[in-house]
Design a protein around this ligand. Sequence first.
Ligand code: KDG
Ligand code: MG
Length: 405
Amino acid sequence: MNIVSAEVVVCSPGRNFVTLLVTTDDGLVGVGDATLNGRELAVASYLQDHIAPLLVGRDAQAIEGTWQYFYRGAYWRRGPVTMAAIAAVDVALWDIKAQAAGMPLYQLLGGRSRETIRAYGHAHGRDIAELADSVRERKEQGFDAVRVQVGIPGNDPGYGISGTPGKPRYEPAIAGPRPTEERWDAGSYLRFIPKVFENIRQEFGDELDLLHDVHHRLTPIEAARLGKSLEPYHPFWLEDVTVAENQQSMRTVREHTTVPLAMGETYNSLVDYLQLIPEQLIDYVRSAVTHSGGVTGLRRILDFAAVYQIRSAAHGPTDISPIGLAASLHIDVSHHAFGIQEYMQHEETVFDVFDVGYSFDRGAFQPGERAGLGVVFDQSAAAKHPYKQAYLPVNRLRDGTVHDW
Ligand code: KDG
Ligand code: MG
């Protein structure tokens, strides 16, 4: 079964997505997600200009060989652009293989390891009262694990907070010619967050799992202090407490707190974890199929993590398209090392373009029983939503110094 065409579509049904469509000589079409938030066109060009011409004529069944051909064969390995492009090829080929086999992808990945896929939802508010309303809403939807993000008094609405009153969703990538800017102050953040956890625990009790994303903003010793101060409220995890490049930092955090730690949404391969995993400096890997070389790349990471009792927690924000999310769900249901799946719901317009076979009910997913990945991409619907330039925000300290976002 040979590949006869590989087409890249960039569309924006509410937000930007990069989709790869791979067609075989017997008419099967596999889809892959290559969305890299705020840098979409770089991956589109990588796929269009450097990968698509080499894909045509290759054996669609040779997934591992094709993965290695684009990973090793390019000489320039790794990096978010390369690995998102390889991910899209890999997922499209797995989709084709499972369609050809007439079974949902998870069956090819070994079949079920569990009955349902537990997901955590997002809650946010400009203050604690608004956050509590948002947590209540998630509980009513059936979530029993909720990520809590809140505005810090005296600061602009920052990471994870919708600045628009009444806007239920937080979408960080804002369409426009330049990034928006936010301001950040670690001192007021560190003083306020324990009060937030205290209030939310008081109102919602001990059973609800609470997660929090620091988004790389603290120094290691600040992160250690945050962890210690939150221990009485037993968070499910703290995510990205410090910059992800220097893995050594996580040792300082680990030595000071028993709060579980999650990291990895900005990583793109197994080798990014060569210190964090064997030294057991984290409890959850946050890699997504879309940003870590596809089903093939992510399964390698999870097999390695499993040796050290570290579990998966696939990144699932709105910038992972329904194709990337579906691929994740097939791994979630089949891999032994599953921990939890992030779910930041897509806007309804997204489903005009992506017809999905997965389902979500009362805090849990099912990957669906359609053959393949289970997602059908509607190219004519996509054409009605052209690409819009959009950027993630830039973060600054109070004095204007650029800081980690
Ligand atoms: O593109 C960046 C977002 O996906 C990221 O900021 C979301 O941190 C995030 C999360 O945990 O979902
Ligand atoms: Mg995160």
